[in-house]
Unconditional design. Structure first.
Length: 198
C-alpha cells in the first residue's frame, strides 16, 4: 500500500466502526485488527485516537454531502418534493434497514461534544453546513410559491434538522423506523402544507 492508501484505508475503517459502535466503544486494537495495520503505522498518520476520529468524521460528512447534493440540487424536481425525497432516502440509508443505522454526527454529539472542544466545533460546523443546504431548498420553495414568503429558511431548516435527529435517536432506541416515518409524514403532509402559500 502507498502512504495515501494506507491512511485512507484506516479512515474508511474508522468511519465504519465508529458509525456502528460510536467513539468510546471503538478501541484502538479493534481498529488496528480490522485495518490489518500496526500501532506504529497508525501513529505515523494520526497523533491520537481523537485526531483519527476527526478524520473519520470528516470523511463521513463529505460522503453525506455528496449523497445530499444528488437529491437536493436536482432543479428538475420541485423544492418541497425534492426535500421530502431527501429525507425518505435518508430514512432508507440511516434507518433500521440501512447498512449502519443512525447518524455518526449525532452519535459523536452525544459522546464527545462536551469532552473534546475541537471535535465539538467540527460537529457544530457539520450541523451548520447541513442546515444551510436544507435552507437553500426552502428558499427555493419560497421563490417558487410553495411556501409563504414570510417563512424563515434558516429557522425552518434548523427545526427540520433538529426534528430529524431526534426522530433518528428514538428510532435507534425503539429499533423501528416508525419515528422517522412520523417525521416525514408530519413534516410534509401537515407542517409544510400549513405553511404553504395557497
Amino acid at each position: 500500500m502507498t502512504t495515501k492508501s494506507t491512511r485512507d484505508h484506516l479512515i474508511d475503517i474508522g468511519v465504519e466502526l465508529m458509525h456502528r459502535h460510536g467513539y468510546n466503544a471503538t478501541g484502538l486494537n479493534e481498529i488496528l485488527k480490522t485495518a490489518a495495520v500496526t500501532k506504529g503505522s497508525f501513529y505515523h498518520y494520526f497523533g491520537s485516537k481523537e485526531d483519527f476520529a476527526a478524520a473519520a468524521l470528516g470523511r463521513y460528512t463529505a460522503r453525506a454531502a455528496d449523497r445530499s447534493a444528488a437529491v437536493l440540487s436536482d432543479s428538475g424536481v420541485r423544492p418541497l418534493k425534492r426535500l421530502k425525497r431527501y429525507f425518505v432516502e435518508m430514512m432508507k440509508t440511516y434507518g433500521q434497514t440501512g447498512a449502519i443505522p443512525g447518524c455518526m454526527i449525532g452519535r459523536f454529539s452525544l459522546e464527545m461534544a462536551t469532552a473534546n472542544p475541537p471535535l465539538r466545533k467540527q460537529i457544530s460546523t457539520s450541523f451548520a453546513n447541513w442546515q444551510r443546504k436544507i435552507a437553500v431548498v426552502i428558499q427555493q420553495a419560497i421563490e417558487q410559491d410553495e411556501l409563504s414568503p414570510d417563512t424563515d429558511p434558516e429557522s425552518l431548516a434548523g427545526f427540520l434538522l433538529n426534528s430529524w435527529e431526534g426522530a433518528l435517536l428514538r428510532s435507534q432506541a425503539e429499533q423501528s423506523d416508525a419515528p422517522l416515518e412520523t417525521f416525514v409524514r408530519q413534516t410534509f403532509d401537515v407542517l409544510l402544507m400549513k405553511h404553504a402559500d395557497v
